[in-house]
Design a protein around this ligand. Structure first.
Ligand SMILES: Nc1nc2c(ncn2[C@@H]2O[C@H](COP(=O)(O)OP(=O)(O)O)[C@@H](O)[C@H]2O)c(=O)[nH]1
Ligand SMILES: [Mg+2]
Length: 351
């Protein structure tokens, strides 16, 4: 698929150029579909771009993949910074590759604004995996808003799948609402925890536990091995009291060590079992449908918001209304209504 020929890609590219209305994204789509990793990286850069002109091209590109991801598995992995997510994904990913999967890893770190730090860290944590031709590792720079990150990550997932990566892992730091966002765009959610120091359950929010299909207590090695065992027991008890996401699958809690590799095979097996159970019950298809619906809703809301914000004809009115709100001359809801009325009375023409 990724062979030097890239034959299919080149043919399509030529076809695209000969067509009456040659689209630059048609060529790119063909190269993505041919599994060209450089084209995939370029496509993801395109969908991440905040330039309005790039957005149109990105949408054109995504139109090539309207029904993404049949036969693929999207795994969300979350946990506190330093719990060992990247180290775990290295071991887990190599196991997936061994089972002849092609794995893409998208890392989101909403806590780091600066590109660089965590990205370099991830590359070194996934040193072996990142060298494998069957793996693709891509850090997602933190956007201005979590919603923005999630939107682009959905698009990156689709592009990875189109390029033939049948396992897509989305790694996110467990802060704020990032777990909920990631659980909403993946099929299966894996929560990584650290061994407990005392008897107290960690400050893990109940809502996050309820999202988890698999819970792994990492760093079950050396001096922390015993604590990890106790932690597993505690979380098993805690999970008993919660309602599982679906009757088809009872979330599992197990210990592992991403560093030594112990428990990683079990985690891979549990992943396959979970997938099989969700597929048999219809939950897998239902989660995919929910992902698409949620994506559509998010996209409508976000795109509407963007258009409103970027419409130059609204600027004078918006500035005036902001002044009026600041001066207490108009109530904010009334000002918002006036702005929206003006926007919808004069819809921006499509470029
Ligand atoms: N002892 C031990 N250390 C680990 C394990 N997994 C990760 N670490 C270490 O924990 C630190 C953070 O790991 P990293 O994978 O970057 O965590 P992330 O922030 O969750 O992605 C690194 O120094 C790892 O070597 C493990 O299973 N056992
Ligand atoms: Mg990491």
């Amino acid at each position: 698929m990724t062979g030097p020929g890239g034959g299919a890609g080149r043919t399509d590219e030529r076809k695209g150029r000969d067509a009456a209305t040659p689209l630059p994204d048609a060529a790119l789509a063909a190269r993505v579909r041919a599994g060209e990793v450089r084209a995939l990286a370029k496509a993801i850069t395109l969908v991440e771009s905040t330039r309005p002109a790039d957005r149109s091209t990105a949408i054109g590109l995504l139109e090539a993949f309207p029904a993404p991801g049949s036969g693929t598995l999207r795994i969300g992995i979350s946990g506190s910074p330093g719990v060992g997510k990247s180290t775990f994904i290295e071991a887990f990913g190599l196991r997936a590759v061994e089972a002849r999967h092609r794995i893409a890893v998208l890392t989101i770190d909403p806590s780091s604004r600066l590109a660089g730090g965590s990205i370099l860290g991830d590359k070194t944590r996934m040193a072996e995996l990142s060298q494998r031709p069957e793996a693709f590792i891509r850090p997602t720079p933190a956007g201005r808003t979590l919603g923005g990150v999630a939107r682009r990550t959905r698009e990156a997932i689709v592009l990875c799948e189109a390029a033939g990566f049948d396992v897509v892992v989305v790694e996110t730091v467990g802060v704020g609402q990032s777990e909920t966002a990631v659980a909403g765009m993946t099929d299966l959610f894996l929560l990584l925890l650290a061994p407990l120091a005392g008897d107290e359950l960690q400050g893990i929010k109940r809502g996050v536990m309820e999202l988890a299909d698999l819970v792994l207590v990492n760093k079950a090695d050396g001096a922390q091995a015993d604590a990890a065992g106790r932690t597993v027991a505690e979380y098993r008890n805690a999970l008993h009291l919660m309602r599982p996401r679906t009757p088809a699958w009872t979330p599992t809690v197990e210990a592992c060590s991403a560093l030594t590799g112990s428990g990683v095979e079990e985690a891979w097996q549990r992943t396959l079992e979970c997938r099989a159970a969700l597929e048999a019950s219809g939950d897998f298809a239902a989660r995919r449908t929910a992902q698409a619906e949620e994506w559509l809703r998010e996209e409508v809301e976000a795109a509407l918001h963007e258009r409103l914000r970027e419409d130059p004809r609204l600027e004078p009115l918006a500035a005036r209304l902001e002044d009026d709100v600041r001066a207490g001359r108009i109530a904010p809801p009334a000002a918002a209504r006036r702005l929206l009325d003006a926007f919808f009375a004069r819809p921006p023409s499509d470029p």
